[in-house]
Design a protein around this ligand. Structure first.
Ligand SMILES: [Zn+2]
Length: 231
C-alpha cells in the first residue's frame, strides 16, 4: 500500500545528495496523506545510494510504524508536530546544508537581501530561539517542532509564505505542498543563505531589500494575481 506516497518521498530523498544538500545519511524527507492519516518518511540511517522506494516508512500520526521493516527517521516527531500545527503543508525536508546551517549555528535569520529571496520567501527566513536544557533532555524532537511553530506564531509569519526555518544551533527545515516543492524550497534557501553570508562580508552594513520590491517579486509568483510562468 501507499506505493505512490513512498515513491514520491523516495525520489525527493534522492534529490538531496544530487543537489548538494546532504551527504552520507544526513537529512530527511516526509509527506503526509491527510485523508488516510499517515505519513511517509525516510528510514533512519540508510545511505541514499542504498535506499529503495520500499524502504520508506509509513507511520500513523502518533508516530507508530504502519508499514515498513526499518525504523523511521529520528526526526519523525519534529515532522509530526509541524503537520499537526499547519494543515496547509504536505511535505517537509530537513537538511544540514552548509550555508543555511552556518546561519542557524550563528543564531541569525536569513534576511531578504534581494529578489532571488523575495521570489520564494515573503520576508526573512526566521531563526528560532535556542532550546532550553529541559527541552533538549526531554522530548527533544517534538520540542524542535514546537519551537518552529512558536517562532512563526510569535513573529506573525505564515508558513505558506515563508516555507522554511532555521533551527538555532541545528539547521534548516523547509516545506511545501509536495516533496518536490519542499526540496526545491530547501535548495532555494541554501542558495540564498550562501549569497547572504557573502553579501555580509562584502558589506557588513547591508540592508534588507525595500518592502515594495519584496512585495512586487513575491506577488508576481504567488497569489491570485501571479503573472510568472505560463498560463
Ligand atoms: Zn538535523
Amino acid at each position: 500500500m501507499f506505493d505512490t506516497l513512498k515513491r514520491d518521498v523516495y525520489e525527493a530523498c534522492l534529490q538531496l545528495p544530487r543537489s548538494g544538500l546532504a551527504i552520507l545519511t544526513w537529512g530527511n524527507v516526509s509527506q503526509i496523506d491527510r485523508k488516510n492519516e499517515v505519513i511517509a518518511i525516510k528510514p533512519s540511517g540508510v545511505p541514499y545510494d542504498k535506499m529503495k522506494a520500499e524502504d520508506i516508512v509509513i507511520c500513523d500520526l502518533q508516530g507508530h510504524v504502519v508499514e515498513g521493516t526499518l525504523r523511521p527517521s529520528s526526526d519523525l516527531d519534529t515532522h509530526l508536530v509541524l503537520y499537526k500545527a499547519w494543515p496547509q503543508i504536505n511535505a517537509i525536508v530537513h537538511t544540514h546544508s552548509p550555508w543555511a546551517t552556518m546561519l542557524a549555528q550563528a543564531g541569525q535569520d536569513l534576511e531578504a537581501l534581494g529578489t532571488t529571496h523575495a521570489d520564494t520567501f515573503f520576508g526573512p527566513v526566521p531563526c528560532t530561539r535556542a532550546l532550553t536544557q529541559e527541552e533538549v533532555e526531554g522530548a527533544y524532537e517534538a520540542q524542535t517542532g514546537q519551537v518552529i511553530v512558536e517562532t512563526f506564531a510569535r513573529r506573525h509569519m505564515v508558513p505558506e509564505q515563508v516555507p522554511a526555518v532555521l533551527v538555532a544551533g541545528h539547521g534548516p527545515f523547509a516545506w511545501g505542498g509536495s516533496p518536490g516543492q519542499a526540496v526545491e524550497n530547501a535548495m532555494i534557501l541554501e542558495q540564498c543563505a550562501w549569497m547572504a553570508v557573502i553579501d555580509h562580508l562584502i558589506d557588513p552594513a547591508i540592508h534588507p531589500v525595500q518592502p515594495f520590491l519584496l512585495d512586487r517579486h513575491y506577488y508576481r509568483k504567488h497569489g491570485k494575481n501571479a503573472t510568472y510562468g505560463q498560463r
